[in-house]
Ligand binder design. Structure first.
Ligand SMILES: *[C@@H]1O[C@H](CO)[C@@H](O)[C@H](O)[C@H]1NC(C)=O
Length: 182
């Protein structure tokens, strides 16, 4: 369940919140979204050891710029909402993202390796150059997503090609073309 939300830079955080306060801050979805917009995320990040561990399951992270954060092994289950979020280069390694919403998200060069994306929604997401080794994409939605330069295992490519359609609104690339579908 627990998962580390850490700032990847080594800069000292302006404020380290006790765990229960941090949990409270993230407890209410809409409040969390507002708080995040007001930039308390750096305050939640503790450098030099012992980051605040918190589950982002079900949280609304719509439109957030999360590039500085590592969501490694995060529990992003139960419709974590990453609609239009900027996750470029972010590590989601081993995350449990069943049903997570990545609509229109920027996942360029993100690390999705060993993650579970069952039922996740990648509609119009850009995954260009993302790493997906050992990721589960069962029952995903991928309309309009761009998989350019994503190295896919043959069987997974086949599964995705079976449901691929649409054109990415950001890059103008057709999903089928990005997946090199036959
Ligand atoms: C996710 O966020 C988008 C944009 O804010 C919103 O339109 C959508 O309803 C949200 N989805 C869920 C399941 O909360």
């Amino acid at each position: 369940m627990a998962f580390a939300l850490r700032q990847s830079s080594q800069e000292p955080a302006p404020l380290a919140l006790p765990r229960h306060l941090a949990a409270g801050l993230l407890a209410v979805t809409s409040a969390a979204a507002l708080s995040l917009a007001a930039a308390p995320l750096p305050a939640l990040a503790v450098s030099g050891g012992g980051g605040v561990s918190e589950s982002l399951a079900g949280k609304d992270l719509t439109g957030q710029d999360l590039r500085k954060f590592k969501l490694t092994k995060g529990n992003l289950r139960k419709v974590t909402n990453f609609t239009n979020a900027n996750l470029e280069g972010v590590s989601l390694f081993g995350s449990l993202s069943e049903g997570a919403i990545f609509k229109g998200a920027n996942l360029r060069n993100a690390d999705l390796e060993s993650g579970n994306y069952e039922f996740a929604d990648f509609t119009n997401a850009v995954l260009e150059g993302a790493f997906v080794n050992n990721a589960q994409f069962v029952k995903v939605t991928i309309t309009g997503s761009d998989w350019t330069d994503v190295i896919l295992r043959k069987d997974i490519q086949k599964e995705l090609c079976a449901i691929a359609d649409g054109v990415n609104p950001t890059t103008g690339v057709a999903t089928r073309d990005s997946l090199l579908c036959p």
